[in-house]
Design a protein around this ligand. Structure first.
Ligand code: DI6
Ligand code: FE
Length: 400
């Protein structure tokens, strides 16, 4: 017997191998023990009966949305810095003057674990309200062992406070800690030899990330972080070629990274290396928009080389104070000229791939977690087309 059946629905299954969004016009989904037991035409639904039958009245069902790149856990905000930028200061100038990431580090260090969770929950609730069922959360605003661990514990606690999957990334190589003497190699030593082993031992991180950029860390320094991650059996990913070219896309690919993220300044050889390695391009239109970047990521190259493209909010206090995946889709279409199919796949199947979780979620296929979003729309294009409108009817996480 099924636990639940959603019937009279149009499905966008995103199943690989099917054309486009994998549409099933007169579809049904059945769940058992939190997993999808059937997905396909309603006419072919097996009939063991169901404890509960939900009539979707012709609504669309997509996989639950997956936000695969966020810095959701932090304290305070940077509205004052936003005002400085409106008056003409650049993001890099603010960072070099000790503001930027450093100011979020000070606020995050000052906050207790409970305070951090409390400040984060409204942001998480905003994502959930738009159908998010899995979210990736990075550290990177603690920058010492105690505070990075606190951020990652807060991220783990989110999964106890809300019905949502949380996957964590350790981003100790995000910036130099405030008050440090500018010795980046010393910080990288600390990340590799003290912080990462302790965080791995406690099981606080599912992956390791770094920020490869002139204002952050060099490719050589990032390579040391990646080697340390691999010694601890953790997959890697990278903030790559965001504000300038540094060869981050190629570096990530050559390390076998799950994803390389941002990529506005990625070169064709970097894209080709990503294609060979199966590294996903995670594009973050919220950051592009918010810092008024003018160079769009090379979407045409990702397409021609066959690099999978995911989208995420990059929710963070400095460059993307965005908690709307639907708005991120609209931005990706408008600013990067991505198609509706690419936008929807970018927040479902390709985001799952970017997290290494495609076997569990990201498409509507039997055996996967029953993570769904039911939308009051006539066509999937409406998810991308509207600005500031949320047509979510029901969100299903693990069958509930
Ligand atoms: N790239 C970004 O866009 C964010 N971090 C990163 O590595 C910015 C984070 C911040 O400004 O607080
Ligand atoms: Fe980021």
């Amino acid at each position: 017997m099924f636990d639940k059946v959603w019937r009279n629905a149009r499905l966008a299954t995103l199943a690989p191998g099917s054309a486009g969004l994998g549409v099933v016009d007169h579809g049904a989904v059945a769940s058992h023990a939190g997993r999808i037991a059937y997905a396909g035409p309603e006419a072919a639904l097996p009939s063991p009966g169901a404890a509960e039958v939900i009539d979707c009245a012709g609504r669309w069902i997509t996989p639950g949305l997956i936000d695969c790149h966020t810095h959701l856990v932090y304290a305070g905000n940077r509205a004052a810095e936003f005002e400085l930028r409106l008056a003409g200061a650049s993001y890099e100038a603010i960072a070099r003057a000790g503001g930027g990431i450093a100011s979020s580090v000070r606020a995050t260090r000052d906050a207790s674990l409970e305070r951090l969770v409390a400040e984060t929950l409204p942001r998480l609730d905003a994502l959930i309200a738009e159908g998010v069922t899995t979210v990736e959360v990075k550290s990177g605003y603690g920058l010492d062992l105690a505070n990075e661990a606190k951020q990652l514990r807060a991220a783990r606690l989110l999964a106890e406070r809300r019905p949502v999957g949380v996957t964590t990334s350790f981003l100790g190589a995000h910036a130099l800690p405030p008050g440090s003497d500018g010795d980046k190699d010393a910080h990288i030593d600390h990340v590799c030899n003290e912080m990462l082993p302790a965080i791995a031992a406690e099981g606080l991180a599912d992956a390791v990330d770094a920020f490869c950029e002139g204002i952050a860390f060099s490719p050589e320094q990032v390579a040391r972080v990646f080697a340390a991650a691999q010694r601890h059996g953790l997959p890697v990913k990278l903030h790559a070629d965001q504000l300038s070219y540094s060869g981050g896309a190629r570096l990530a690919a050559e390390a076998g990274a799950l994803s390389a993220d941002h990529l506005e300044y990625a070169s064709e050889d970097g894209v080709a290396a990503m294609a060979r390695a199966g590294t996903v391009a995670v594009l973050l239109p919220g950051a592009f928009y918010f810092i008024r970047e003018t160079q769009a990521p090379p979407v045409a190259l990702f397409r021609s080389h066959g690099v999978p493209i995911a989208l995420a909010t990059d929710s963070n206090p400095g460059t993307s104070p965005l908690t709307s995946p639907l708005l991120a889709m609209n931005m990706a279409a408008t600013l990067f000229r991505m198609t509706v199919e690419e936008c929807v796949a970018g927040f479902t199947r390709e985001a799952a791939r970017a997290l290494g979780q495609l076997g569990q979620t990201g498409t509507i296929e039997p055996g996967k977690w029953c993570d769904l979003a039911v939308w009051s729309i006539e066509a999937p294009a409406e998810l991308v087309y509207r600005i500031g409108f949320n047509p979510l009817h029901q969100r299903v996480w693990r069958g509930q």
